[in-house]
Ligand binder design. Structure first.
Ligand SMILES: CCCCCCCC/C=C\CCCCCCCC(=O)N[C@@H](COP(=O)(O)O)[C@H](O)/C=C/CCCCCCCCCCCCC
Length: 217
């Protein structure tokens, strides 16, 4: 029977690993183009999980589209790295710092939402990597969410997310979707990917803290 998912829509952990590796420049700047590519790869995974996860995927896609639009726009050269984006948007008063105003779709605000989600991803993947064969992905996902993203979400989103987590496939099926090979191979690749994701997260966190932008509305 023909495969209904075309190859470029299929999730591949290696693709995500490569994107996050390419994110980092020699002087520890973060290339926005590869950051976006990493998220695009992750969304493919989300899309394999069914329509219950559609509201999460939709929000992530919207945010990625905002960043792609800025990258491809007339000021695209200012958006090559997260560092240059922050400098440009702050220097030109393109960021709403305390309350939502004219810049609701600034690159800085949009990326901050994905940045917070990246912390969830790091915590979740680390649990997945170190869990036993009978570990429950729904619990790992919920614990990682409660430790990171949940504090930024209103009750209704937390509730919907919690219900969706209960429908996650088991650990073995989860590892198979990664398209890497045996469980051992997936675990080894996660061991490579997590430090890269963590480094990108830390660099962004420090940058946003230096510019007092960790609480953008
Ligand atoms: C290595 C592969 C294995 C893991 C693959 C994971 C794939 C995950 C892909 C995407 C993750 C979702 C990213 C969600 C970004 C959410 C950003 C956000 O916080 N948005 C909220 C605030 O935005 P504004 O209103 O201020 O513009 C927005 O309100 C959120 C709406 C949607 C709900 C977000 C719930 C997030 C749950 C994260 C866990 C995803 C579970 C995936 C299960 C594998």
């Amino acid at each position: 029977m023909a495969d209904t998912v075309s190859d470029d829509q299929k999730f591949c952990l290696k693709e995500v690993l490569d994107a996050f590796r390419l994110c980092l420049s020699e002087n520890r700047e973060v290339y926005l183009q590869h950051y976006v590519a990493g998220w695009r790869g992750l969304i493919k995974f989300l899309n394999t999980l069914g329509s219950v996860f559609g509201f999460i995927s939709k929000d992530a896609v919207t945010k990625i589209q905002i960043l792609v639009h800025l990258l491809n726009g007339e000021n695209g050269s200012q958006y090559v790295t997260i560092q240059s984006m922050v400098k440009y948007e702050q220097g030109n008063e393109l960021v709403d710092l305390t309350k939502r105003g004219n810049n609701q779709e600034s690159g800085c605000r949009t990326l901050l939402r994905l940045h917070r989600a990246l912390r969830w991803l790091e915590l979740f993947l680390d649990r997945l990597r170190t869990s036993s064969e009978d570990g429950k992905t729904s619990v790992m996902c919920a614990d990682a969410y409660n430790e990171s993203l949940a504090k930024y979400h209103p009750w209704v989103i937390r509730k919907a997310a919690g219900m969706a987590f209960c429908l996650l496939p088991g650990r073995q099926a989860f590892l198979e979707i990664m398209n890497v090979g045996s469980s051992e191979q997936v675990v080894a690749m996660l061991g490579e990917a997590i430090p890269l994701i963590s480094e990108v997260y830390q660099i962004t966190e420090v940058l946003y803290a230096q510019h007092n932008m960790l609480d953008l509305p």
